[in-house]
Design a protein around this ligand. Structure first.
Ligand SMILES: [Zn+2]
Ligand SMILES: [Zn+2]
Ligand SMILES: [Zn+2]
Length: 361
């Protein structure tokens, strides 16, 4: 994630800031320009970008509940921003807990969209692609008449990404994380995993790339239901860590791919953050094998090896900083050579989206 600046006073601001602490202007994110802009209200709900007075924008309708800080071009004809317009079911907004859950979910969703936009991954909605367009359902737990709770499943099905809204609550998230014995579990991680299934459908299956996929990830025609039942009954494959980034990735090639997409997103985006802050790591001055600075655009990496060379020393340093604060490791994973080969496949797939659109745009 880039570090942003208020375009009026140049104060450093973050992706989720609503106001500039220095000049006091209200701020909004303009996704087509990938930048934060200071706003001056110009009549009914319409706003003018202070630095570009000819440009008018309106806030995404979800700004009314302070769920979203993105702006929409009124000529666009849509009341929602390019992220929120994919939403179908949202948490219950009649309770403050529901609104709070949605704020957290929306923040993670826009972070996902930041990466989608950086790579220019196609994301048609259901009007543009009625069968496979991208849709989000944020599902609340339901109380059954007998008093038990029906827990909705987080998952993906032909463009529909379902997220269990209750995981926006820290207590629920932590309960699930420990009961599943997972070292890392976040809302952002859910979005990055589920979009992996969507990317597989759109870019691998519909893109005619199944052959190349199988040579790296194995044959996804293996029965998915049987594979998952086996995983939950018997656990991950023995020696999973030699070939897979997580135990769950060993359950089926689709899950392996989705986990690799999630990790490529974790790595590219966190490296971009480090780059934005000018971070350089050189713990043993002169021993270059542990030194790194991110001297390239991680969203346009040549290869997964280039990402890994910067990521391994940086993630070790970040984990050490976390331990100094009594916190869990930020990145509790080890990347083996076969995993880097898989990440390389995903990196090629998503950077090709950016290249294609750059030529056409
Ligand atoms: Zn400012
Ligand atoms: Zn929005
Ligand atoms: Zn999955």
């Amino acid at each position: 994630m880039r570090l942003f600046a208020c375009d009026y006073c140049d104060q450093v601001v973050h992706f989720d800031n609503r106001d500039c602490v220095s000049c006091g202007h209200r701020l909004g994110f303009v996704p087509e320009l990938m930048a934060m802009y200071a706003l001056e209200t110009a009549g009914e709900a319409q706003s003018q970008l202070v630095g570009m007075p000819s440009e008018r924008r309106v806030f995404c309708s979800n700004a009314a509940l302070d769920v979203c800080n993105w702006l929409v071009d009124p000529r666009d004809g849509n009341e929602f921003c390019i992220a929120c317009r994919h939403n179908r079911l949202v948490p219950n907004t009649s309770t403050s807990d529901g609104v709070q859950r949605w704020r957290r979910i929306g923040q993670a969703q826009r972070h996902l969209f930041y990466s989608i936009l950086r790579w220019k991954i196609p994301h048609p909605n259901r009007t543009q692609d009625p069968q496979g367009g991208l849709v989000f359902d944020f599902l609340e737990d339901q109380l059954r008449p007998d008093g038990t709770i029906m827990v909705p499943m987080t998952g993906h099905d032909e463009g529909v990404i379902a997220i269990r809204a209750a995981e926006a609550d820290d207590a629920t998230m932590e309960f699930v994380r420990t009961s599943m014995n997972e070292p890392y579990r976040t809302l952002l991680g859910h979005f990055r995993h589920e979009i992996g299934h969507y990317i597989w459908n759109k870019l691998v299956r519909d893109g005619g790339r199944a052959g190349g996929f199988r040579s790296i990830f194995g044959d996804e025609r293996e029965d998915y239901g049987v594979a998952l039942r086996r995983y939950y009954a018997e656990g991950p494959r023995p020696g999973w860590n030699e070939n897979f980034i997580t135990p769950y990735a060993s359950s089926h090639p689709w899950e392996d791919f989705a986990e690799c997409v999630a990790h490529l997103l974790h790595i590219a985006d966190t490296l971009e953050t480090a780059r934005s802050f000018g971070m350089a790591i050189d713990p043993r001055r002169g021993h270059r094998e542990m030194a790194t600075e991110v001297g390239f655009d991680p969203y346009r990496a040549r290869s997964a090896q280039q990402l890994a060379d910067a990521w391994v020393p940086l993630s070790i340093a970040i984990n050490a900083i976390q331990r100094s604060m009594g916190q869990r490791d930020t990145y509790p994973f080890v990347m083996s050579a076969p995993v880097i080969t898989k990440l390389n496949y995903v990196n090629k797939l998503v950077t090709a989206c950016a290249d294609r659109r750059d030529v056409g745009a």
